[in-house]
Design a protein around this ligand. Structure first.
Ligand SMILES: Nc1ncnc2c1ncn2[C@@H]1O[C@H](COP(=O)(O)OP(=O)(O)OP(=O)(O)O)[C@@H](O)[C@H]1O
Length: 332
C-alpha cells in the first residue's frame, strides 16, 4: 500500500475554548510543492505547528496527521522529535528562531548533523561545507567560524535552510521565508527553494500571504480563510480562473508587471475574530458575491468538474469581469 507523504484529516485546534482550525483536510505528495495562502490569522501556521506538535500545551488538538501512514497526533514526544528536523524541517520568516546568535555557524550545522544523522568530526565538517555551498553561501570554508550576525539577512535565510537540510528532510515547511526580505533577495531565495527541491526531491510546503511568491514555487495551492480551506487546486487552475471570491480578491491585490497597468484592489474589511464566527460563510461580510444563504449556512468544500475543491454558494464565473479591477490608462 502506498501512502501520501503527509496526510492531514479533520485537524481541529482550539485555544482557550475558541476554535481557530475547523477540520482541515490536506495531503502532501512526495516531492511536490504545495502552497498555503491566506491573510494573516487564517490558520496557515497553526495547521503545520499543530501537525508537528509544536503548539503550546494549552492548544486543544484533534484529528489525524499521518507521515507515510504513521500517526503523529497520538505519537509520544520522542517519536515526534525524531520526525521534526529529521523527516520534516521547518523554516520561518525570522532566522533568529533557528540560529543561535552566540554559536558559530559551522558548529550549529555540525551539531544538527550529529543530532539527525549521527555524523561528527571531519565528516560532519565536510558535510556542513557541502550544505553551505549548496545553499549558495560564498567562501564557506572561510566563513565557517563566523557568528550569525556577521551574515546579511538573505544569507541568514540561506543558513537557516542549510540547517533545515542537515536532517535530509522529506518535507521542508517554509513559513513566510521571504516576507522580511527585499524583492531581489526574495527572488533569489525562491529560486534556491526550487533548485533544492529539484536536487534533493524533498517536498515543500510554502506558507505565505503572497500569491505571487507562491506561484513561483508551488504546483498546488490551498487557500485558507478563517481556519478553513475555501479553495484548493493546481496553480494553473487558480491563476487562470480563481472561483472563490476570496481567492479572486487575493489575486486582485497582487501587483503585476505584465499586461496593462491595473489598480490594486484590496479586499474590504478584515479577517474575522475566531470568537465571532457565525453559522454562515466566514467570508460573507466581505464578499461582493454573497447571496442570502451565505449568512446562515456554510458551504462545504466540494469537488468541482475540473477537479479543484471549492466552498462557495455563488462562485466567480469564468468570464466575469472584476467590477473593482480597473485598468488605469498610462495617460489617464
Ligand atoms: N499560541 C496561540 N494562542 C492563542 N491563539 C493563537 C495562538 N497561535 C495562533 N493563534 C490564533 O490562531 C489563529 C490562526 O493563526 P495563524 O498564526 O495560524 O494564522 P496565519 O494564517 O499563519 O497568520 P500569519 O501569516 O500572521 O502567521 C489566529 O486567530 C491566531 O490569533
Amino acid at each position: 500500500m502506498s501512502f501520501d507523504l503527509v496526510e492531514i484529516r479533520d485537524l481541529k485546534v482550539a485555544f482557550d475554548g475558541t476554535q481557530v482550525l475547523h477540520g482541515i483536510n490536506l495531503s502532501v505528495d512526495r516531492g511536490e510543492a504545495l502552497g498555503l495562502v491566506g491573510e494573516s490569522g487564517c490558520g496557515k501556521s497553526v495547521t503545520w505547528l499543530a501537525a508537528l506538535g509544536l503548539l503550546p500545551g494549552k492548544a486543544a488538538i484533534s484529528g489525524s496527521v499521518r507521515i507515510e501512514g504513521n500517526e503523529l497526533c497520538s505519537a509520544p514526544r520522542q517519536a515526534l522529535e525524531r520526525v521534526r528536523g529529521g523527516r520534516i524541517a521547518m523554516i520561518f520568516q525570522d532566522p533568529s528562531s533557528s540560529l543561535n546568535p552566540v554559536i558559530r555557524i559551522g558548529r550549529q550545522i555540525t551539531e544538527a548533523l550529529t543530532l539527525h544523522r549521527g555524523i561528527g568530526g571531519e565528516t560532519a565538517r565536510a558535510e556542513a561545507l557541502r550544505l553551505l555551498d549548496m545553499v549558495g553561501i560564498p567562501d564557506a570554508r572561510r566563513r565557517f567560524d563566523l557568528f550569525p550576525h556577521e551574515f546579511s539577512g538573505g544569507q541568514c535565510q540561506r543558513l537557516m535552510i542549510a540547517m533545515a537540510l542537515a536532517g535530509q528532510p522529506d518535507l521542508l515547511i517554509a513559513d513566510e521565508p521571504t516576507t522580511a526580505l527585499d524583492a531581489t533577495i526574495q527572488a533569489q531565495i525562491l529560486d534556491l527553494l526550487n533548485q533544492l527541491r529539484a536536487e534533493t526531491g524533498m517536498a515543500t510546503v510554502f506558507i505565505s500571504h503572497d500569491l505571487g511568491a507562491v506561484s513561483q514555487v508551488c504546483e498546488r495551492v490551498c487557500v485558507m480563510y478563517a481556519g478553513r480551506i475555501v479553495e484548493q487546486g493546481s496553480i494553473t487552475q487558480l491563476f487562470s480562473r480563481p472561483r472563490h471570491p476570496y481567492t479572486r480578491g487575493l489575486f486582485d491585490a497582487i501587483p503585476r508587471l505584465d499586461g496593462p497597468r491595473t489598480r490594486l484592489v484590496p479586499i474590504p474589511g478584515t479577517v474575522p475574530n475566531p470568537k465571532q464566527l457565525t453559522a454562515g460563510c466566514a467570508f460573507s461580510p466581505r464578499c461582493a458575491h454573497s447571496v442570502a444563504s451565505c449568512d446562515f449556512q456554510r458551504p462545504e468544500l466540494d469537488v468541482m468538474e475540473d477537479g479543484r475543491r471549492l466552498a462557495c454558494f455563488n462562485p466567480v464565473l469564468a468570464d466575469e469581469p472584476t467590477p473593482a479591477l480597473q485598468t488605469v490608462m498610462e495617460d489617464a
